[in-house]
Design a protein around this ligand. Structure first.
Ligand code: PMP
Length: 356
């Protein structure tokens, strides 16, 4: 009798799917989390897609899997080959996991400005990490061009080219978008997120616009130092940078091939200052118990502003791209925050979280 009672309890609570096919089978199908405090404040439903719960810890696991499987399908890589990529870190971490699981070698080029945690993790996952000086895309020594040249010089190697490879946005057309649609029962009014490669914004927007016959509104969320805000607000006429930001993995200086086909679908853009991002990051930790990286906090600020713009009763979805674990030596360090002029951005009652 006990067994039967426990079985019925399990049937009521367990929603998890059947066993997955290893690491790659566990990518995606992340929870959609209601952010209660902000939903109450705006009278809207503010929902975050918990991408930090992917097995490699970020939204970029989805793109990593799609670009590797695209290279396999196109015959660019054979068993025992090498995947080479330029990345701020999260795509590299996703790729390092996927490569271990599929038996490929993995070479990662990244700007030397990125956090220590991401570089250490990549090395622990067996990637060959090349930290190179952070120079602009039009400089031949930019990390992406170095990754391309590295792959070209090797036999049986593929440069997955996440910025301009449409397999990246395809991951979000085929998985992120449909998941959000299914999880909200189609009751979604707004979507917003920031741009690194633009795969998440472009792919998810494309799916949600098509599924809703254009009804879902899409806003790009942009940090200072990125041209996306200026590009969208000016109808594609200007690309002003304006400043710099502490947010890692987002901000873009050009319209990538992932953005190109869909950026006209994005209705508007929001520019979010670092102080607002940081305040939200600490606030979500304090009020919701969610430990998020800075790009996620920026996305939530954008979702909050979008909710206020759309008005009460609406549902706005954003992306919780990764967790703070990857940046904690910076985001929770008083010395680091002071060095960025941001220590005062954190209100007195949240200063207790600055523990390093
Ligand atoms: N947030 C974080 C933490 C990231 O690492 C990235 C990707 N670099 C993004 C957001 C942006 O995702 P996408 O490349 O799909 O624009």
């Amino acid at each position: 009798m006990l067994g039967r009672r426990l079985y019925s309890t399990a049937a009521r609570y367990v929603t998890a799917a059947r066993p997955t096919d290893g690491f790659v089978g566990a990518i995606g199908n992340t929870p959609l989390v209601r952010i209660g405090s902000l939903s109450r404040e705006t009278g809207c439903e503010i929902l975050g897609k918990a991408e930090f719960m992917n097995p490699g810890g970020s939204v970029k696991d989805r793109a990593a899997l799609f670009v590797v499987e695209d290279a396999e399908r196109r015959g660019l890589i054979r068993p025992g080959g090498t995947i080479v990529e330029g990345t701020a870190g999260n795509t590299g971490i996703g790729l390092a996991h996927v490569c271990r699981a599929k038996g490929y070698k993995c070479v990662i080029y990244m700007p030397d400005t990125q956090s220590r945690e991401k570089m250490d993790l990549l090395r622990m996952l067996g990637a060959d990490v090349r930290a190179v000086p952070a120079v602009a895309f039009d400089n031949p020594d930019n990390y992406n061009h170095q990754a391309r040249r590295h792959a070209e010089a090797l036999d049986n190697a593929a440069w997955t080219n996440q910025f301009d490879n449409p397999a990246n946005r395809q991951a979000h057309i085929e998985t992120t978008g449909p998941e959000i649609w299914a999880q909200t029962g189609g009751r979604v009014d707004g979507f917003t997120c920031a741009t690194g490669t633009g795969g998440t914004l472009a792919g998810t927007t494309r799916f949600l616009k098509e599924a809703s016959d254009g009804r879902v509104r899409a806003f790009a969320a942009d940090p200072p130092g990125s041209v996306i805000y200026s590009y969208i607000r000016s109808g594609g006429r200007t690309m002003e940078r304006g400043g710099s930001s502490i947010t890692e993995g987002i901000g873009q200086g050009r319209i990538t091939a992932n953005l190109q086909p869909d950026i006209h679908l994005v209705d508007d853009a929001l520019k979010i200052p670092d102080a607002d991002t940081l305040r939200m990051l600490y606030r979500l930790l304090d009020e919701e118990g969610i430990y998020l990286g800075a790009s996620s906090a920026l996305n939530v600020v954008a979702a909050y502003e979008m909710a206020k713009a759309l008005g009460p009763g609406k549902t706005v979805v954003t992306i919780l791209a990764d967790g703070a674990y990857r940046y904690q030596s910076r985001l929770f360090s008083r010395a680091w925050l002071e060095s960025k002029g941001l220590a005062d951005a954190i209100p007195a009652h949240l200063q207790k979280y600055v523990v390093l």
